[in-house]
Write a protein that binds this ligand. Structure first.
Ligand code: GDP
Length: 194
């Protein structure tokens, strides 16, 4: 799936604001700074189309991008961002949970984790949570250009083991700099959204 056309269609907080065209959707989840904008910009072949990341206090919304007039990429704001109040965090959690559980056109979620480190508590929580809702997930480990090439397979195995991923749960090692992993991510999206 190559992206040839992108339109930012809307920002939504409430299900009433979600687009109603019925296109299949892929959600992108990841904590602030994990590399979500960089990944979506690579996939959308844009320099700075998506930039949602983390000014504290900024309203966090679901951002819908219409791709090739036939599907949506949905930028889901980071869950559990540290610098906001508990009330704000609870509001986000509700927004995200509502989206993930009620959106019928959601075909899968790309869950970003930092590829340089061991999984964080946040990553474990997200994995448990996505498992619980039985949403198809592609794990994407970001920033792997920061690893020595020879270390990448080992790091991938470690992440799979730590996250206790099953055979049928893919994890792609990705870099927005070298574009390693891009083809696998595009193939997965195509598979989910066809
Ligand atoms: P977001 O907050 O998740 O949208 O993260 P961004 O895409 O804005 O990236 C956060 C920081 O990580 C920025 O300084 C990026 O330049 C850097 N970054 C993102 N992806 C990569 C990558 O693949 N390799 C490297 N080396 N840096 C990256």
């Amino acid at each position: 799936m190559k992206v040839t056309d992108v339109e930012m269609v809307m920002s939504a907080v409430d299900p009433k604001q979600y687009p109603t065209t019925g296109h299949p959707e892929i959600g992108f989840l990841g904590r602030s700074n994990v590399g979500k904008s960089s990944l979506t910009n690579v996939l959308m072949n844009r320099k700075d189309y998506a930039h949602t990341s983390g000014q504290p206090g900024k309203t966090q919304t679901l951002n819908f991008y219409e791709i090739n007039h036939s599907m949506y990429f949905v930028d889901v704001p980071g869950y559990g961002y540290a610098k906001v109040s508990k009330t704000e965090r609870e509001k986000w959690a509700t927004m995200i949970e509502t989206y993930l559980t009620q959106r019928k056109t959601l075909r899968g979620v790309i869950n970003l984790i930092d590829g340089r480190h061991e999984p964080s508590d946040y990553d474990f929580q997200m994995r448990d949570w996505l498992d619980y809702y039985h949403i198809p997930v592609l794990y994407v480990a970001t920033k792997v250009d920061k690893l020595a090439k020879s270390k990448i397979p080992h790091q991938q195995q470690m992440l799979r083991r730590e996250l206790e991923l099953d055979e049928d749960e893919p994890l792609v090692m990705f870099s927005a700099k070298t574009k390693i992993g891009q083809d696998q991510i595009e193939a997965w999206i195509e598979q989910q959204a066809h």
